[in-house]
Ligand binder design. Sequence first.
Ligand code: MN
Ligand code: MN
Length: 491
Amino acid sequence: MARDKTLWELYTDEQLQEMEQVGARYRQCLDQGKTERECVRLSVEMARAAGYRSLKECVKEGVSLKTGDKVYADYNGKCLVLYHIGQEPIENGMNILGAHIDSPRIDVKQNPLYENTGYAYLDTHYYGGIKKYQWVTIPLAIHGVVIKKDGTKVDIVIGENEDEPVFAITDLLIHLAGKQMTKTGSTVIEGEGLDLLVGSIPQKKDDDEKSDADGNADAEDKKLTDEEKKLAKTPVKANILRLLKETYDIEEEDFLSAELEIVPAGKARELGFDRSMILSYGQDDRICAFTSLMAMLDINTPKRTACCLLVDKEEVGSQGASGMQSRFFENMTAELLALMGYPSALSLRRTLQNSSMLSSDVSAGLDPMYADVFEPKNAAYLNKGVVFNKFTGARGKSGSNDANPEFMAAIRRILDENQVQFQTAELGKVDVGGGGTIAYIMANYGMEVIDCGLAVLCMHAPMEVSSKADVYEGVRAYKVFLENMTNIYGL
Ligand code: MN
Ligand code: MN
């Protein structure tokens, strides 16, 4: 393959056309999936439209599953696994694509709402690795759920439509920032300084009295509870609570059981005079989740069983029931095997051990503005196709899944045979930094795993940059993997 060429130079007119369609769909999905819950909901819709059935329903009905069947299972709407049963015996292993659908953001605290000097704020705690100074003075939206005490779920999305308000985190004006500007990047905006500005109108005193039928304010005052008296001292907060009650039928206490995520407001956009790139929030790792899912939904009955995993919590270490460290994937695979007539624990072990996986996560594209942190021979470039990272980690590959060369050789063969462009990279120069993915967790089963994703610029920023051509090439690469990867060692 001509690895020195960009995809733009290699594609036929037909491919370029198809690429535009995939790119447009990608942008739509980015807009509709800004949280892990939204991504799962959207992915399930797309899977069902492609003929996938709920694995949990299959278990309930006790149906037997066979070659060609397609099933999915989610965990609490926050992570998802899809299986497309292949022709080979399942114990020969599966071809697995795994990506994560959580992205760096700012979360609302459990006791968030307060008033200060006439402004109402939501107190926050950021999620994942962010440069805090990047998140101030930009339009922000709130996406998430509030679960009321009776179990009712209230879905909240506010800040995305043109007629909806947005929210913001303020920054100090340059005129008075002399001292602030001498601080280091990590402290110029502090974690506790990321509170979200949500209102400034005080509740009218009249509003309180209107509820008093006889209009006797003094008598009413005496009846006020301590809580109400406290609230009267913070009228802006009181007004926000009134709006929340009117709009969502939620009380202040309901924040205790809420999962509200603050994300950049607005849509994914084409970038550049030539429209070659995409600028959007959440491309780490929805660029890999999207391309993996598109590949998964597009294949015909494969030789080996195909599997696509979209997990939560990668940005905070993959812990938690919806993260990769959870037994969810193993449990669902056991359910699948049982319905296929392989209920034994040994069958599950063999299936997992013999599987092959692409841990699909973004790579840091070489940014010429910051070229000194990259080693150009071993860096990822936009427009040059999927990126294989044999290893990740930091300081001497620490914490890395260092993939086997036998596996990489097999992958090179199938990609070259199918004219798919790829590149190899590592994350920056040695000892400059580092990072990890879900690869090492799946490798615990003894399966072959390698990191393989797409390159982005300004990873973890509110807006990340990717290449349209890479998105298209990603779908092609993942399809080739699902359709052609074999068990390279045998049982
Ligand atoms: Mn990632
Ligand atoms: Mn990340």
